[in-house]
Ligand binder design. Structure first.
Ligand code: HPA
Ligand code: ZN
Length: 413
């Protein structure tokens, strides 16, 4: 029987979160995670790789009383988050543009920004909703003009991802945001790709690219960018759908996505972030997507939850993003844990890490803290991401084996 434990324990100084985040800065030091006692009862041995059903079969997990394990357990959890091999499936490369790099690139391209300083940029990052975020996001993209800019942007993300033990990443890019400003598709793709090749050589990070269609633009504009993407088919695994969701339902892009599938692209779509559960149905049934990006609003529709569970459609959830954009008022109220317990294939991702206060590890840490995620839950979230990746089965298995080894070393030994 699966049981839930309370991970909340007395804090020490510096806190385990501070330690783990310091580690993510790239200075791994064994002394940051001193030897701690192992808690044999911490993990239910009935669970292991491929045990996603354990969540479905358990009707009582969410409401069970929680026990208080010793505070060392918090260290175990932080160490587990640090050590697990991570797969990121929802990250917009333009959303990884840190203010410092934004200023550097703006200066060399002689682009003037409406902000005086890095601090002023960060000060502006108080978003009420998706719309207020996207207007700043699109404006910041105006500094990106040359191949080198896209290279620097992507390499900076890969360096941070590597420091957090990301081993595979599937990156969104928004070419319409750049072609509209006169930057060629080839320039964007070439800079990103050159960094991805370098990232694999230097860090061993594997990657895929997903071209997103901006849903606030027309279906004709979408077809146009799809035809450009078709020229680089071998470098782009899938077509996605992003930007302002409400008022731009997936149904508007049925023909474009049909054409994308005919060209051999896989498909994904942002749905059920701010928009209703019905948009998730449309993405599934009309766009025939392999994954739903966000999808948190599925919980409003029981039949939809049943369908997503039955088909094990991956949902790429982004906890910090959802709070920054007001989808949930507080992380403590996020439905990630409940979704996991319902048997949904949920994963943790950063979305636009430079804007939302953290990369993938910070998302795991914050979700763990707010929702008291257990080691087993963290492990399952990581395994879900591996299973949901657009990777060959053998590569997924190798990553699952790595994750299992880390998990057992951290928890069960
Ligand atoms: N939602 C929709 N579109 C986006 C996002 C997002 O969080 N980030 C970049 N484009
Ligand atoms: Zn997104």
């Amino acid at each position: 029987m699966w049981s839930v434990h309370d991970d909340a324990g007395e804090r020490t100084h510096p806190s385990p979160e501070a330690l783990v985040l310091r580690e993510f800065g790239g200075h791994r030091s064994a002394s940051l995670f001193p030897t701690r006692s192992k808690h044999a009862n911490y993990f239910d041995p009935a669970q292991g790789p491929g045990m996603r059903r354990a969540y479905q079969d358990n009707g009582e997990g969410m409401n069970q009383p929680r026990t208080n394990p010793p505070h060392e357990d918090q260290r175990v959890l932080m160490s587990l988050i640090a050590g697990l091999p991570k797969v990121e499936l929802h990250m917009h490369i333009e959303g990884s543009l840190e203010p410092e790099l934004m200023f550097t690139i703006a200066a060399r391209n002689a682009v003037s920004l409406k902000y005086e300083s890095v601090e002023a940029v960060r000060e502006a990052y108080r978003f009420g909703n998706l719309q207020s975020f996207l207007s700043i996001y699109y404006e910041a993209c105006s500094v990106l003009l040359h191949e080198q800019d896209f290279y620097d942007l992507t390499l900076a993300y890969l360096q941070r991802a590597h420091a957090q033990h990301v081993v595979h990443t599937e990156i969104f890019f928004d070419p319409q945001c750049h072609t509209q400003r006169g930057v060629a598709f080839a320039t964007v793709l070439s800079g990103i790709r050159r960094a991805l090749v370098e990232g694999e050589r230097a860090f061993g990070i594997t990657s895929r690219l997903i071209m997103c269609i901006l849903r606030h633009l027309s279906a004709e504009a979408a077809v146009d960018i799809l035809e450009q993407a078709q020229l680089y088919r071998e470098h782009i695994i899938a077509v996605g759908l992003d930007s302002y969701e409400i008022g731009h339902p997936p149904a508007q892009f049925v023909n474009v996505f049909e054409r994308a599938r005919q060209h051999g692209f896989l498909t994904v779509a942002h749905a059920g972030e701010e928009g209703p559960a019905d948009y998730i149905w449309q993405a599934l049934n009309l766009l025939r997507v392999s994954r739903i990006d966000h999808g948190v609003r599925c919980m409003d529709d029981e039949a939809l939850v049943g369908e997503l569970v039955k088909r094990q459609v991956p949902l790429t959830v982004c906890p910090l993003s959802n709070v920054k954009l007001g989808v949930f008022p507080r992380l403590e109220e996020h439905n990630l844990r409940e979704m996991l317990h319902r048997g949904l294939c949920v994963t943790v991702n950063s979305d636009d890490p430079a804007y939302f206060g953290g990369y993938i590890a910070e998302n795991f840490v914050a979700a763990q803290q707010a929702l008291h995620l257990t080691a087993s839950e963290i492990y399952h979230l990581s395994m879900n991401a591996i299973q949901a990746a657009f990777l060959p089965a053998a590569e997924k298995q190798a990553l699952l084996d790595q994750a299992a080894a880390v998990y057992h070393q951290e928890i069960a030994s």
